[in-house]
Design a protein around this ligand. Structure first.
Ligand SMILES: [Fe+2]
Length: 211
């Protein structure tokens, strides 16, 4: 595998991530309660379409096809947005639940583009770097917008909470039960790594099998 292959992989991952977002953002915009948040997601949908086009341009420049890899990370990040939208809440309290999930989506993209820029810079692909930097700036701006809008939403959510009566406890859904069981499993599996020194834990890890 060459470094160029690593770049192509990274870009295919981003291409899949952007396409998943083109599909998910309309639902997110619709589900958000505040007009500001709706506007951010709608604007970001237009931007994301442009980002898909930009990636196509990059692939054309590199003489490769953009498909070939599904981005599991973005699938997970979008799932968390969906979960937040499905919460039995309304108004600012529902939006408050979306903030962290939406910020994760943007920062996931920021990480991917930053890595791709670093690799493309190493390879001397100046044209690719310039295009990727345009998208990175858009993602950073979107992340900032989500956070600055969140401030007002969180204040409203806090006020709303004081006005609302204590909600009735509802039985947990199958999905919530699975999430709870998985979180306990995470804790169990981490336990032995938490009590030994980090060096010891790393040394005990089986290495990569030689072919
Ligand atoms: Fe994006």
């Amino acid at each position: 595998m060459s470094l160029r292959d690593v770049l192509i992989d990274e870009l295919r991952d981003l291409y899949s991530a952007e396409n998943q977002l083109v599909k998910a953002l309309p639902k997110t915009a619709k589900g958000a309660q505040s007009e500001e948040l709706k506007q951010i997601f709608t604007d970001h949908l237009s931007q994301t379409r442009g980002q898909v086009e930009r990636l196509k341009q990059i692939f054309e420049h590199l003489g490769k096809k953009p498909t070939g890899k599904h981005c599991n990370g973005m699938e997970g990040a979008i799932d968390e947005v969906k979960e937040a939208l499905e919460e039995d809440e309304e108004g600012a309290l529902l939006d408050a639940g979306i903030v962290g999930a939406a910020a994760r989506v943007e920062h996931y993209e920021i990480a991917g583009y930053s890595a791709a820029i670093l690799i493309a810079t190493t390879l001397g692909e100046t044209e690719v770097v310039a295009l990727l930097k345009q998208t990175l700036a858009e993602e950073q701006n979107a992340a900032k917008l989500v956070m600055s809008t969140a401030k007002g939403i969180l204040k409203q959510a806090y006020a709303q909470e004081a006005d609302e009566a204590e909600p009735e406890k509802k039985p947990k859904s199958a999905k919530e039960k699975k999430s709870e069981a998985d979180s306990k499993k995470d804790e169990r599996e981490a336990a032995k790594n938490l009590t030994r020194s980090a060096q010891e834990v790393v040394a005990a890890e089986p290495g990569k099998k030689k072919k």
